[in-house]
Design a protein around this ligand. Sequence first.
Ligand SMILES: *Cc1c(COP(=O)(O)O)cnc(C)c1O
Length: 374
Amino acid sequence: MKNEPIYVTQPYLPPLQEFIPYLEKIWDSRILTNKGPFHRQLEQALGEYLGVDHIALFANGTLALVTALQALRITGEVITTPFSFVATAHSLLWNGIKPVFVDIDPQTLNLDPRKVEAAITPQTTAILPVHCYGNPCDVEAIQSIADNYNLKVVYDAAHAFGVQDAGGSVLRHGDLSVLSFHATKVFNTFEGGAIVCPDAKTKQHIDNLKNFGFVNETTVVAPGINGKMSEFGAALGLLQLEHIDRVFARRCEIDQLYKERLRGVPGIRCVEQTGQHVSNHSYFPVLVGEGYPLSRDALYERLRDNKIYGRRYFYPLISDFPMYRGLQSAQRQNLPVASDVAERVICLPIYPTLINEQVDEIISHIRKPCGLGG
Ligand SMILES: *Cc1c(COP(=O)(O)O)cnc(C)c1O
């Protein structure tokens, strides 16, 4: 039994010696960035692995979100979810766009399409939903609203690497989908991200935007940014891909263990994956409800006292941060489901090197307050 602190996630790292040949190539070629060979290879390999045709790599997911909105020339107001990581809404402010928060669905915890229409105004130009915890949004309902009102859809797919629905990759939906390869995500390049594009022309435009807006040596067509992924990051990504199937398999086992042993614990609800899809088991959120003897925060503290560091993703809601809370749409009465879930959610540790004994220990700390054995 390892008696180390258990964090909500631990970045996956392949054996170091496997990375050395990649580093030697970088050192030999002296190509460090700007669409080098590893960058090209990773775009190709990720496209094949994920089942999408056009991917533009980025230095991180936030720059990718900001650039995706720029690429589609989105302005005015954008409808989004308050139940996400703060970068989702920040990407709007960085573009001078007003976020309009809409409540989430109590089952999926994703933007509730039934509540979107009421938030549309003449200024609305797009919807920015999140596939929260990798659970696919109701993409058909969202697309049909977008079609009716002539809105763009950009998915924050930071949690949805490798997630598939009945028709294939969940990343094919909307006008653009944005990934994050941050250290805490299921697939990481230390820092990194990507935009999944529908066609080669859009990818070319986005490639220009992430390189200051250059289209050739002397022509700049837009106030682009420096969003490029380095060769180091791309090489790391190629190596991570070699291990990704094992990573997903182990995450799946841990998910099963939690589900089996938490079933029947009164007041604990595992956030079920809805609909038919291949999950990436990127998070293991549970909701602490009335029937449980401890409050969410008391359980959170109890776990911490035992060096188990779950995280309250997503608490506080984005709409409660100072730069958002003055907005009309940020008011709590507008967001009853998100406000309730933010008070009850806790994400339990899940990562490939977590061992069964550690999972058992976490579970027993949750069961014990109910008088249930380990
Ligand atoms: C991680 C994350 C981001 C930001 O990605 P970075 O690569 O860290 O910039 C954006 N949205 C969501 C939902 C995330 O979880």
